[in-house]
Every structure is written in C-alpha cells, then in structure tokens.
Design a protein around this ligand. Structure first.
Ligand code: HEC
Ligand code: HEC
Length: 319
C-alpha cells in the first residue's frame, strides 16, 4: 500500500480511537450541579430523571476496549506500507506479484501465510511422496495409484480444494466444464493424457463459422451435427450440411467422432459440452468456443498432480 493510504488509514484510526476516549471522558463528568443519585431539575409529564452516573463496570469495559484497540493497532498494523508492527507480523508478503516470487520467498518469508504453508508442506509433503513414489524413487504408474484407496482419497481431497469450483464436487462438470467421470474425453483418458492436461492446461479452439457459412450454412450444418447423434432433422438440410462438414472434419474427424489431438469433441454421442439443444449447437457453430483449462504444474507441483490424476482416472474405471 502507498504511503498516502497508510497515513490516511492511520490518521482515521487514531482519530476514531481518541475520539471515543474523549467522548467517554466528557459524558462521565458530573457538571450538572446535581449530586449523584439526586433528581435533575427537569421533569417530563411528571417523570423525573435521576443524575445517575454510567455504571462503573461499563466505563471500565470501555476503557479496556480503547486500550486494546491502541495496542492492537501498533502490534498488527497490517495496513501500513513498510512497517510490520511491534510483533513483526504479516498475514502475507505484501508486494508479491507472481507465483515465482512467492516460491522464491518460500523459505525465508516470515508471513503467517508462508509459515502455515511451509508447515503443511513439511507435514503432508512426505505423505504425498509415500503415496506417489515407488521405493526405487520413480513415480508409481497412475493406474497403479488409482487402485490404492488411500491415495485416491487424498487425490479426491486435492481435487475438491482445487478443481471442484469448475468441474463440480462430484467431477461431473456443467455447461462448458467437462464431466470427468464419464469416460468421454476431449483430450484423451489415458493416465498420461490426463496428467498432461492437468500439468500444462488446455485451450479449446473451436472457430466461429458465422461469417464463413452464413445463416443458411450454419442451419444446414447444425442439422447434420444433430443427425450424427441420432436426432430427427430435416433430411434435405442435413444432406446439405454433410457436404459442408468437410470443413469440420480436419478437427472433428470425417466421421464426426472427434480427435483428441485438437480437443475436438465427439459429435456422434449424446454428450454435449455446451448443450445439445438446436439453439446451443447453432450458437457454438456461429460464435465458436474457447474453453480454458488452467495449467497446474506451478501451482500444485508434480507430486500432487500425480495423485489428482489417479483420482480423475479412477472415476471412469469403476465397473
Ligand atoms: C477455471 C476452471 C477450471 C479449473 C479450476 C479446473 N479446470 Fe479442468 N477444465 C476446465 C475447462 C473449461 C476444461 C475444458 C477445456 C476445453 O474446453 O478445451 C477442462 C478440462 C479438463 C480435463 C480434460 C477433460 C477431457 O475431456 O479431456 C481434465 C482431465 C481436467 N480439466 C482436470 C482438472 C483438474 C484435475 C483440475 C484441478 C487441479 C481442474 N481441471 C481445474 C476448467 C477448469
Ligand atoms: C480447428 C479445429 C476445429 C474445426 C475446424 C471445427 N471445430 Fe468444432 N470444436 C473444436 C474444438 C476444439 C471444440 C471444443 C471447444 C472447447 O472445448 O471449448 C469444438 C466444439 C464443437 C461443438 C460443441 C460440442 C459440444 O459437445 O458441445 C460443436 C457442435 C462443433 N464443434 C461443431 C463443429 C462444426 C459443425 C464445424 C464445422 C463447421 C467445426 N466444429 C469445426 C474444434 C474445431
């Protein structure tokens, strides 16, 4: 935070705390000329007010709060630019701008966040290693790990923490986010393909066809695509669409069954990434799609990804 905002917050905080103290002092002064416990000189509809002071315990509690507020402000001034306070405490390293910088500081940093991360790494890193490696020091194969219930459970927990916000807590996905439990794959479901997807991320590249095919062309090719998965459509439209499908075959294959090299989905099954209504399919073809799966190698590290891969792989291996 800049010096300006540091001063801004410091001044306002101090004004509020000192203001409370002054207010307490003023209201606690007996300058009415009436003795404590005696009636005040005014009355409202015959109701009299007694000159009772604030209860002692209440005033004490107020002074206590003010003292704590002052101590706290100097002990943990997390709002200041360059000063970590009397206890030298920080929640996280200010001014870090990238994962790389954060990794660099991992061992030396004194922030609470980093200390907790280091403690967790020391405690769980060993467990991850035991589950992921053979005694010889090489990774166990992912399909072997997938048969170890304890490892799969750890993989599932890592999945819930990092992946569930997009793929769902049951990994069944939602519109635009693929179902990982159905053995239908954009990029391939072999253990190493799954691992590569997670390590490096993926970007779907379905071009927009509106300008190339025109409205009529998109209608025709949509009919053909719907027919591929057994839907009843206008036969003439579908036939015209089939001729146009040569443009799509480069990625989706001549038979429309998709190609994992391009992440191009199988259009002949009834599984849709972006919805199977005529409107949704037309939308996809008109405007294109670019689903983004982030890369995780820098964030999680390979050990954890080995375990998550095993969990994801196990989902489509039951039965
Ligand atoms: C920000 C959202 C997001 C997060 C978080 C995310 N993913 Fe994805 N993931 C996607 C999208 C979108 C795709 C599809 C990419 C495409 O359309 O080409 C995808 C694709 C995949 C695929 C390929 C599926 C296939 O059919 O080939 C796998 C496997 C996968 N994700 C696993 C994971 C795992 C494991 C994690 C957690 C470490 C994760 N994802 C976290 C959005 C996300
Ligand atoms: C350059 C390769 C490429 C070409 C050419 C291409 N597609 Fe695609 N298509 C993709 C990819 C990749 C996806 C997945 C996009 C994503 O994951 O975000 C996709 C997705 C789709 C989907 C969505 C499927 C679903 O499950 O929701 C439809 C429908 C589709 N394409 C139809 C077509 C048609 C029709 C053509 C020809 C006019 C075509 N594509 C040409 C690569 C291509």
């Amino acid at each position: 935070m800049s010096i300006f905002w540091t001063l801004w917050i410091t001044v306002i905080t101090l004004i509020v705390i000192i203001g409370c103290a002054v207010l307490l002092k003023l209201t606690n002064k007996n300058d009415t000329g009436v003795k404590e416990g005696e009636p005040m000189p005014h009355s409202f509809d015959g109701i009299q007010e007694l000159n009772n002071p604030l209860p002692k315990w209440w005033v004490g509690l107020f002074w206590f709060s003010i003292t704590i507020a002052l101590i706290y402000s100097f002990a943990f001034p997390s709002y200041t630019a360059n000063w970590n306070g009397l206890l030298n405490w920080t929640s996280a390293d200010k001014n870090i701008k990238s994962q790389a910088e954060s990794d660099q500081l991992a061992e030396t940093s004194n922030s609470q966040y980093q200390r907790e991360m280091n403690a967790a790494e020391a405690k769980y890193g060993e467990i991850f290693k035991q589950l992921a490696y053979q005694p010889s020091g090489e990774y166990k194969d992912i399909d072997v790990i997938a048969k170890d219930p304890e490892a799969v459970k750890v993989g599932q927990r890592l999945f819930l923490q990092n992946c569930a916000q997009c793929h769902g807590s049951d990994a069944r996905g939602s519109k635009g986010f693929p179902n990982l439990a159905d053995n239908d794959w954009l990029y391939g479901g072999e253990p190493l393909a799954i691992k590569e997807t997670i390590m490096k991320g993926r970007v779907g590249a379905m071009p927009a066809w509106k300008d190339i095919l025109g409205e009529q062309g998109v209608t025709e090719v949509t009919s053909y695509v719907l027919q591929l998965s057994g839907r009843r459509v206008n036969a003439l439209e579908a036939q015209a669409g089939e001729e146009r499908f040569v443009m799509c075959a480069a990625c989706h294959g001549a038979d429309g069954k998709g190609l994992t090299e391009f992440g191009a989905p199988n259009l002949t099954d009834k599984i849709w990434l972006y919805g199977g209504s005529r409107k949704a399919v037309e939308d996809t073809i008109n405007n294109g799609r670019n689903g983004v799966m982030p890369a995780w190698s820098d964030v999680l590290g390979e050990d954890k990804i080995q375990l998550i891969s095993a969990y994801v792989y196990s989902l489509s291996q039951e039965k």
